[in-house]
Design a protein around this ligand. Structure first.
Ligand SMILES: Cc1cc2nc3c(=O)[nH]c(=O)nc-3n(C[C@H](O)[C@H](O)[C@H](O)COP(=O)(O)OP(=O)(O)OC[C@H]3O[C@@H](n4cnc5c(N)ncnc54)[C@H](O)[C@@H]3O)c2cc1C
Length: 167
């Protein structure tokens, strides 16, 4: 049978994830990543790598999902959370730079949805207490939860190795 040859354009987190996924799903195929920039010179390399859906105005320019129904966004988020959780629990976690991280998300005004659609996907979601909020006098509302973080300095080279079949 002829070898299947597939080209992926772009070597940020999306292109490398796509290439790694195809390599796994199509055994024996040849995947070529075509790009003008590779890690560490992509936008993905400067991302904090926090897994949180951003519906707030500050990130609207990055992720305008207003045309995507919330149930679809939630399914995407749950699947991504579960996929990255498996990596975080595996022996690959340190190499991949994927781990759980707990923190606060603080707001200067109370958001329209105090409990966002993704609250039951992350771990331990709750509203911050008054005592916790007192540490941030400029802020009036906050959420506490545990989610996943991809350290991009490790995660992108790890994805690259998976994409070219070294892992
Ligand atoms: C400061 C900052 C912090 C962020 N923090 C987070 C965060 O915590 N969590 C989160 O989810 N998101 C975060 N983001 C957003 C995140 O970085 C992007 O959504 C993500 O990197 C997009 O990945 P990408 O692969 O689509 O794009 P990119 O990483 O930009 O990759 C695009 C690739 O395509 C190539 N390319 C583009 N045009 C061409 C062309 N014409 N010919 C050939 N190659 C081409 C580029 O060279 C590059 O390799 C952050 C962004 C910034 C700037």
């Amino acid at each position: 049978m002829d070898t299947v040859c597939i080209a992926v354009v772009g070597a940020g987190v999306i292109g490398l994830s796509t290439a790694a996924c195809i390599s796994q799903l199509v055994p024996g195929c040849t995947v070529t990543v075509i790009s003008d920039r590779f890690t560490p010179d992509t936008t993905s390399n400067v991302a904090a790598g926090m897994l949180i859906p951003h519906t707030c105005a500050a990130f609207a320019f990055l992720h305008d999902l207003s045309d995507t129904p919330v149930p679809t966004q939630k399914r995407w988020f749950r699947e991504t959370f579960e996929h990255l959780s498996e990596i975080a629990k595996s022996a690959e976690a340190a190499d991949a730079g994927v781990h759980l991280v707990s923190g606060w998300q603080i707001f200067r005004s109370v958001p329209a949805e105090e409990v966002p659609f993704w609250a039951d996907v992350v771990l331990g979601f709750r509203k911050m207490t008054e005592a916790e909020l007192k540490r941030f006098p400029q802020y009036v509302f906050g959420q506490a939860f545990t989610t996943l973080k991809c350290e991009t300095s490790a995660y992108l080279p790890w994805l690259e190795r998976r994409a070219i079949g070294l892992l």
